[in-house]
Design a protein around this ligand. Structure first.
Ligand SMILES: NC(=O)C1=CN([C@@H]2O[C@H](COP(=O)(O)OP(=O)(O)OC[C@H]3O[C@@H](n4cnc5c(N)ncnc54)[C@H](O)[C@@H]3O)[C@@H](O)[C@H]2O)[C@@H](O)CC1
Ligand SMILES: [K+]
Length: 246
């Protein structure tokens, strides 16, 4: 286990609650925008387009979006990736009716001409071919996931596990299906090529294989005293970067 400072799923939820509580007053939309923006930046850092052939540049970034806020990060990430010159496609099998906000994020993707596939789009796996796909962004579940996984996500994750040796997976905050605190306790498990921890890494991040998984932290939105209150130091982001490679 590494010495990386981590916070439990319970504390992560408390941090979120306080940031969006009456004293501090961030809105979910604000934090999600910064979270999704940092994931897009991590994709750019890890898979730069500069110097790549036209065929490479045209590959899809396949963003799989879950029903909660982790999925919201994925919707935002896809929009920024398009602005950064990538070719994102979103797969959104179970759309959240919880807030109007998620619908607005989908409208924004339509505005940017980013395709958004639904569950009845039986051909989602057709987009996942090493020759056509740069990477997969796993924005299915984050720190509120409680096993066992229900359909349709169980089947989706099983397919991702079969593909992950050929197409790199970028997991947002928590590799989907991992226990937030105990790591990959059920099989098959996603083994991400990139993990982007948001605000502060969760305990499961200590179970990544360091040689295999590039680990970034993103979600640069808290001051030092707030971080210290929750027992960690702020991360040493450089300049205007929204991510830091750990
Ligand atoms: N402060 C932060 O770090 C921020 C975190 N955000 C993101 O928010 C995430 C947490 O969001 P949420 O609390 O909405 O939770 P998640 O997005 O982790 O998951 C909740 C959703 O998953 C479903 N679900 C849970 N267990 C399931 C199972 N076994 N099978 C099927 N469905 C299941 C729930 O019904 C719910 O719809 C973080 O991981 C992060 O990605 C950002 O959006 C905002 C800022
Ligand atoms: K995830």
């Amino acid at each position: 286990m590494s010495t990386l400072k981590v916070v439990s799923s319970k504390l992560a939820a408390e941090i979120d609650k306080e940031l969006m509580g009456p004293q501090i007053g961030f809105t979910l939309q604000q934090l999600m925008e910064l979270a999704g923006f940092s994931v897009a930046q991590a994709v750019c850092r890890q898979f730069p387009l500069k110097g790549k052939t036209e065929a490479e540049r045209g590959k899809h970034v396949f963003v799989i979006v879950g029903p909660g806020n982790n999925g919201g990060d994925g919707l935002v990430c896809a929009r920024h990736l398009k602005l950064f010159g990538y070719n994102p496609i979103v797969y959104y099998p179970k759309r959240s009716e919880r807030t109007e906000f998620y619908k607005q994020l989908v409208h924004q993707l339509n505005f940017f001409k980013v395709p958004v596939l639904s569950q009845d789009e039986g051909n989602w796996l057709d987009y996942l071919k090493p020759e056509k796909t740069l990477c997969i962004v796993d924005a299915i579940f984050g720190f509120s996931y409680k096993p066992p996984m229900r359909e349709p996500f169980k089947g989706i994750v099983e397919e991702l596990c079969k593909l992950q040796d050929r197409i790199p997976i970028v997991s947002v905050d928590v590799p989907t299906g991992w226990d937030v605190d105990k790591g990959p306790i059920s099989q098959p498990a996603i083994n991400p090529a990139v993990l982007v921890s948001l605000t502060v890494p969760k305990p499961c991040s200590t179970y990544i294989r360091e040689k295999h998984t590039a680990h970034y932290v993103g979600g640069r939105f808290i001051p030092r005293d707030f971080a210290n209150k929750y027992g960690f130091e702020p991360f040493g982001y450089e300049s205007t970067d929204q991510i830091l490679k750990l």
